[in-house]
Write a protein that binds this ligand. Structure first.
Ligand code: PMP
Length: 405
């Protein structure tokens, strides 16, 4: 199969938009990816053809809605290579997935226990563990990174001990693009007997994820970073671990038997999914995954590698640019600063030229402080971006430099 980026782009209606008369150059996919028509159609079709609540109704619409909704769970299960479909728990996104795990962990932590994360965490994979540790009087330990933004494996090992109960790290850093060696990290962490959670928010959209090959206990991700809708996400968890995990939200759907003064819990996945779920969201995410699986994923990965390589090469040659995050193994993200220019001003000037990037602390304030900066400008790339768009970014940056210099 040959890869035709323009044919792929044609499936994303928003990419033909103009911003102030200029073609949109969307370089903010690490914040949220755009959606192909197949996903938009799946959501529209649910609302126009079979909108009803799932698992409840004794009628045709509810049956059809339930079938589509549970089929989406099968798509996720296949996509991450889960052992069983019950290992796929719907959440509202990565943040809620991590909160689900942290909520249960807090009930199990003792004051002597430790949780380990890294210096490159998104707030969702940091503050959540701070809170869990605080509730239990446990200790949060932080593994260091080097100045290129790569995890220091020795420091990671140093944080681990027989007291470690859970280790969490990102698959890919949202602020730096660093790809972590998650199989190796999981192996090291598991040797202490700890649970391992991988924050897959940025890892999921760059190819297949095989949770069994990784060996982790939990893998969390958001639909909206995988060409699916917002408000839907996944917590994949190993069956035996999830099955023993404390319930968190309570209400309809997650129970087995209820008395006025007590209740018992249903089986997975329902026991961790209280209330009416985001049905259209799940169906949209299922459609996104089925759409993605139809692509030539190896070709997409090669294309993405070319985009980041071109961006980094031009970034290194760009006078007055400081690249933030120069890991050898990186994908999707180029964070940078221009000399004497505030990232917010750079973002504003780029936006006037149709180039959409993110600016600010990247939801990683401690990481920014560790790097001695307040924030960055961040261009992030996805499968539908072109090498011409990377060039357009640098043309816009030259203009920004001349205006701000
Ligand atoms: N972790 C990482 C690495 C992320 O990039 C993000 C989203 N920026 C999150 C967690 C949180 O994802 P969400 O806001 O979709 O819950």
């Amino acid at each position: 199969m040959t890869f035709d980026v323009n044919a792929l782009r044609a499936e994303f209606p928003i990419l033909s938009r103009k911003i102030d008369g200029k073609p949109l150059v969307y370089l903010d996919s690490a914040a949220s990816t755009q959606k192909p028509q197949a996903v938009i159609d799946a959501i529209t079709s649910f609302y126009t053809e079979c909108n009803a609540n799932v698992h409840r109704g004794a009628h045709a619409l509810s049956d059809e809605a339930t079938r589509r909704y549970e089929k989406a769970r099968d798509s996720v299960s296949k996509f991450v290579n889960a052992n069983r479909r019950e290992e796929v728990i719907w959440t509202s996104g990565t943040t809620e997935s991590i909160n689900l795990v942290a909520n249960g962990l807090a009930q199990r932590l003792d004051p002597n226990d430790e949780v380990v994360v890294t210096e490159m965490e998104h707030h969702a994979n940091l503050v959540t563990w701070q809170q869990a540790c605080e509730k239990a009087g446990a200790t949060l330990k932080i593994a260091k990174i080097n100045d290129a933004g790569e995890l220091d494996i020795e420091s990671f090992k140093d944080q681990l001990s027989e007291r470690t109960r859970l280790v969490a790290f990102p698959h890919v850093s949202n602020a730096l693009g660093t790809v972590n060696p998650i199989v190796e990290l999981t192996q090291i962490a598991k040797s202490t007997g700890a649970w391992v959670l991988v924050d897959g928010a940025q890892g999921i959209a760059h190819g297949g994820v095989d949770v069994q090959a990784i060996g982790c206990d939990f893998y969390a991700f958001s639909g909206h970073k995988l060409f699916g809708p917002t408000g839907i996400g996944v917590l994949w968890g190993r069956f035996d671990v999830l099955n023993a995990w404390p319930v968190w939200q309570t209400g309809g759907e997650m129970i087995s038997d209820v008395e006025y003064l007590s209740a018992t819990w249903g089986a997975l996945p329902n026991r961790l999914e209280a209330g009416t779920p985001n049905i259209a969201g799940a169906i949209g995410l299922g459609a996104a995954i089925e759409w993605f699986l139809q692509q030539d994923i190896t070709a997409l990965q090669q294309h993405e590698a070319q985009l980041i390589a071109s961006a980094m090469e031009q970034g290194e040659a760009f006078e007055g640019m400081r690249l933030v995050g120069t890991a050898k193994n990186k994908i999707g993200v180029m964070s940078f600063l221009l000399d004497n220019a505030h990232p917010g001003d750079v973002g504003f000037i780029l936006d006037r030229q149709g180039v959409a990037i993110r600016t600010g602390d990247n939801c990683a304030q401690p990481l920014m402080k560790r790097l001695g900066i307040g924030g960055t400008a961040r261009a992030s790339f996805s499968i539908y971006n072109t090498l011409e768009e990377v060039d357009a970014l640098f043309a816009a940056l030259r203009k920004a430099k001349s205006m701000l210099g």
